[in-house]
Design a protein around this ligand. Structure first.
Ligand code: KG4
Ligand code: ZN
Length: 358
């Protein structure tokens, strides 16, 4: 096994990888991107399966992996085409290896392996969470150390980021992820799936103080989260109000009040973690980072506290392959070996031993 280091690349007259093809199929989006250097997103193609899963009220793993199989080759081809490159221009392949749905992950991994093997390119298996942590860096310089909140459909975690590749988990959710709570509350309100974006839109027309929902663990001295009690409180409220909760104003007020509770928790815990970790900057990433109220309130609070805030544009907050390519660029140039027996991992805590071994 050859472990490529930047020095070995030079010695063998090889190019140090600079153009990376990223592939992401961990959940229900089939995505491929071409990244040049740390910030040059040449293409970022995302094929959403939302409409296939919506009628089931959530992601059906079997459908997800079948759609990935159909989509992956056209999506990779489109990423190359939009970037105006061919496989000859690619220096390395990065692919999400976990956490996620095994059947979905395997589709991306097998295509990545096939391309890497046939073209003799270095392969990097990437932790999806590392992608989210690094996504803000695609949009501009983000100082380190910082505290990064990853808030998505599957995760709500705070990390102290010392450098690319150096992540300390400060705390995460004990039960539901914030995005999961958005989706479940949306389902209770009959708003369809995925619900975060609909709640965001309805909440803009409601009163965030109309209903005082609980803020679980807000006053506890820990960096952990809990959203399942809040979800239950919304369910109990809706059951108590009956049809009144479903009038136009009723829906707006429930959406706004629920969203306000989530935002209060996310903002307060992130700022507190930043102070505890003695950093001057915070970053937010993951699908829920698209939420307009969270973006506004986090900015106001960071300004007040004298902290720099870095939130990427929405297309880089939700699942994408540009963030996987960036993580791959760091991994490949840091010379970790990624043999072709690289496998998918449904659970893969960022920075764990399993994550380091490849
Ligand atoms: O990062 P992501 O695309 O996939 C995961 O890795 O989970 O995040 C998807 C999650 C979903 O739960 C979705 O409802 C939520 O992000 N989301 C939002 C908004 N846009 C997406 N939640 C609240 N407000 C939004 N505007
Ligand atoms: Zn994600």
């Amino acid at each position: 096994m050859v472990v490529y280091t930047p020095a070995l690349y030079k010695k063998q007259g090889k190019k140090i990888p600079v153009v990376i093809l990223g592939i992401e199929t961990s959940c229900d989006d089939t995505a491929a991107a071409v990244l040049r250097g740390g910030t040059g997103i040449l293409s970022n193609v995302i094929s959403s399966q939302e409409s296939y899963h919506a009628k089931y009220g959530g992601i059906v793993p079997e459908i997800a992996s079948r759609r990935h199989q159909e989509n992956i080759i056209p999506v990779v081809a489109e990423a190359l085409e939009r970037a105006a490159v061919t496989l000859d221009d690619i220096d390395g392949i990065a692919v999400t290896r976990g956490p996620g749905l095994i059947g979905s992950l395997l589709v991306g991994i097998n295509v990545a392996k096939a391309i890497a093997y046939s073209r003799g390119l270095p392969l990097a298996g990437i932790n999806h969470l590392e992608g989210h942590v690094l996504a803000p860096h695609l949009a501009g310089a983000v100082p380190v150390p910082n505290v990064t909140l990853v808030v998505s459909g599957g995760h709500t975690s705070l990390y102290r980021v010392a450098a690319a590749g150096s992540y300390e988990l400060l705390g995460c959710t004990r039960d539901d992820a914030a995005g999961e709570a958005f989706d479940k509350v949306a389902k209770m309100l009959g708003l369809g799936y995925p619900g975060g974006v609909v709640i965001d839109r309805l909440a803009a027309l409601g009163d965030p103080e109309a209903i005082r929902f609980p803020r679980p663990m807000l006053n506890e001295d820990s960096h952990e989260f809990s959203f399942s009690g809040l979800k239950t409180a919304v369910r109990t409220y809706i059951a108590g109000r009956g049809p009144e909760a479903f009038t136009e104003q009723g829906l707006h007020d429930v959406a706004a009040s629920f969203q306000e509770a989530v935002v209060d928790i996310l903002v307060e815990k992130t700022i507190r973690a930043a102070h505890a970790a003695s950093v001057a900057a915070v970053a937010v990433s993951g699908g829920v980072a698209c939420n307009s109220r969270l973006r506004l309130r986090m900015q106001e609070r960071a300004d007040r506290e004298g902290l720099g805030l870095h939130v990427p544009p929405p297309v880089l907050c939700t699942d994408n392959a540009a963030m996987i390519a960036l993580a791959g660029l760091h991994r490949i140039t840091r010379a970790r070996p990624f043999p072709f027996d690289l496998n998918a991992a449904s659970r893969l805590p960022l920075g764990s031993r399993a994550d380091e071994m490849s």
